[in-house]
Design a protein around this ligand. Structure first.
Ligand code: 13P
Ligand code: SF4
Length: 311
């Protein structure tokens, strides 16, 4: 039993003993964010995973993020506190169907959001994150035809923002789909002038009201540099932890779902990771991310292109 264990102290002891680095996404529980060696968005977490000299990467995020760490750092042991931490975008894009989609459009390149399986990365030409998508898209010749998957909301946002045409895969994130336009308008009426910050995984009827659209890191940076005292945050609400830590005098309100509060917008996959499971993962070095070497090398090509083009 773990009863009576000082989990924070034990995690700290094991992290040193194992020469482990703990990487966490902004959607993790505040207790996990606070003990992590680094907290970041998908792009910065990939860069950290590629550059670390630790022996073990304890990845507190979802499975595609931990797999990305393994693809980029194959010699490291990569552990994920709960292997069931998937992602609805990944689930919406089965590799066999994606392969058929590619084959139906042989003159298109596949520009693919990092929120997908290793198999789909291996079937893609260039991976993007929400923070790097625009920079990368700008480097692709205008006459090059593109398919973009799996997130139709990020894809649609990029199309509107850049005026480029892309064929979109119809995937969505269940968390960002759950924001309610009606409740958002009510909230905005209660806080006139409060800027709305939104992640591009939100559907267009939410992004239409956003004063700033960006990755988790970009939303955080915007919030911290803004003069506003009150801000409305339309992404997974755990990121508000970092905002409150850095700007304790300000008010950050999670954008509401249909029930009028932001509780239905928590990512159920991210929530599977707990301090207890992180402790056990560091103690037992399992659940561990493993993958076929040929698949890894194929997926690394499109990820390396992202890292080069993202700058
Ligand atoms: P970021 O790269 O913006 O952190 O996005 C990750 C994610 O899963 C958003 O739902
Ligand atoms: Fe996937 Fe959405 Fe959760 Fe991000 S918030 S990990 S896109 S389900």
């Amino acid at each position: 039993s773990l009863k009576g264990l000082d989990l924070l102290a034990e995690i700290d002891r094991l992290r040193k003993e194992r020469n482990a680095v703990i990487l966490a996404h902004y959607y993790q529980d505040p207790a996990i964010q606070d003990l992590a060696d680094f907290v970041g968005d998908s792009l910065d977490l990939s860069r950290k995973a590629a550059a670390t000299d630790a022996d073990v990467i304890a990845f507190c995020g979802v499975r595609f993020m931990a797999e990305t760490a393994k693809i980029l750092s194959p010699q490291k042991t990569v552990i994920l506190p709960d292997m069931a931490a998937g992602c609805s975008l990944e689930d919406s894009c089965p590799p066999d169907q994606f392969k058929a989609f590619r084959e139906a459009h042989p003159d298109h390149i596949a520009l693919t959001y990092i929120n997908c399986s290793t198999e789909v990365k291996a079937l893609s030409d260039i991976i993007v994150t929400s923070s790097s998508a625009e920079t990368i898209l700008a480097q692709i010749p205008l006459d090059q035809k593109i398919i973009f998957g799996p997130d139709k909301n990020l894809g649609g946002y990029l199309k509107r923002k850049t005026g480029r045409d892309m064929l979109l895969w119809p995937g969505v994130c269940i968390v960002h789909e759950a924001f309610s336009e009606t409740e958002l308008l009510k909230l905005r009426a209660q806080h006139p002038g409060a800027p709305i910050l939104a992640h591009p995984e939100c559907p267009p009827h939410i992004l239409d009201y956003a004063d700033h659209v960006g990755s988790t890191k970009a939303i955080l940076d915007y919030a911290l540099s803004s003069d506003s005292e009150v801000m409305i945050v339309a992404t997974e609400p755990h990121i508000i932890h970092q905002m409150e830590k850095a700007a304790p005098g300000k008010t950050f309100i999670g954008a509401p779902g249909a029930d009028g509060n932001c509780n239905c917008n928590m990512c159920p996959y991210m929530a599977l990771n707990t301090l207890e499971k992180l402790y056990l993962a560091l103690r037992d070095l399992t659940p561990r991310v493993e993958m076929d070497e040929a698949l890894r090398v194929a997926a690394k090509k499109s990820l390396d292109r992202m890292l080069e083009m993202a700058g």
